[in-house]
Design a protein around this ligand. Structure first.
Ligand code: KIV
Length: 275
């Protein structure tokens, strides 16, 4: 897809307008063929920094670079016609100052054709979100468990239990007031997600949150059973592609070793030139 084709995609404004209506279907994608598959059924496709863990074998999202996000963003853009493409701002590309966040957000949008960016953080990122939105960058916020802060949090723990719920509610209000068009709620108690969804005017997109969120998102390699290093409780496997691929590779190896592959239909004869 060319950058200009993104004009016919769903916009951040259209996603924002879906608050309280039909649930938003969101998935991550990192490659063109998978983006094509997702586009048919999804409203929003996120080029998540989870790409570092699921495709590049990195231990966390902290090592993901702008160059990686741009390369995968360009690949995903080629597969999308309808869904809004959102690209994650990688760790270190936006926290330092609003001006740096704008430079990097503008680069992500210009070089990939993304219709919006996503960044992690609540109250402490509100000023930056406002700065970006005022300058034409639609922002999806991400609160609750923010994986880029895994070292500060001390693990991939549920956020907002008990009195800590007030902090997450304040984060949700802050990003909504700052102009985010939507907010991802990751790994928070369901009752808290329900309360936030009822309280704020922008769509909540849950991952490990609640069925009453305005939308849901999953990492595509998790839901397809392609990434099976570990499985968080909030992941539902809709397929088992890693197991299917392992069986296919085993069958291929056996057929090569026993010379059953290639079979006559896979090789060329002298009599059929050009075929
Ligand atoms: O990077 C990612 O894939 C994400 C989703 C889990 C929301 O941020």
């Amino acid at each position: 897809m060319s950058h200009s084709a993104s004009v016919k995609s769903l916009t951040a404004t259209a996603i924002r307008a879906r608050k309280g209506t039909e649930p938003l279907v969101c998935l991550t994608a990192y490659t063109t063929p998978v983006a094509k598959l997702a586009d048919e059924h999804c409203d929003l496709v996120l080029v998540g920094d989870s790409v570092g863990m699921v495709l590049h074998g990195l231990p966390s999202t902290l090592n993901v670079s702008m160059e990686m996000m741009i390369m995968h963003g360009q690949a995903v853009a080629r597969g999308l016609d309808r869904a809004l493409m959102v690209v994650d701002m990688p760790f270190g590309s936006y926290e330092e100052s609003a001006a740096k966040a704008f430079r990097n957000a503008a680069r992500l949008m210009a070089e990939t054709g993304a219709g919006a960016v996503k960044l992690e953080g609540g109250q402490h990122m509100a000023e930056t979100i406002r700065f970006l939105v005022d300058r034409g960058v639609p922002v999806m916020a991400h609160i609750g468990l923010t994986p880029q802060a895994v070292n500060a949090i001390g693990g991939y723990k549920v956020q907002g239990r008990g009195e800590d719920g007030e902090r997450i509610r304040a984060d949700a209000r802050a990003v909504a007031d700052a102009g985010a068009f939507s907010v991802v709620l990751e790994k928070v108690p369901a009752a808290l997600a329900d309360q936030i969804t009822a309280e704020i005017a922008i769509p909540t997109v849950g991952i490990g949150a609640s069925a009453s969120c305005d939308g849901q998102i999953l990492v595509i390699d998790d839901m397809l059973g392609l990434f099976d290093t570990f499985k968080p409780k909030f992941v539902k496997r809709y397929a088992h592609l890693a197991a299917d691929a392992a069986h296919a590779i085993q069958a291929y190896a056996e057929e090569v070793r026993s010379r059953r592959f290639p079979a006559p239909e896979h090789v060329f004869s002298q009599e059929e030139p050009g075929k």
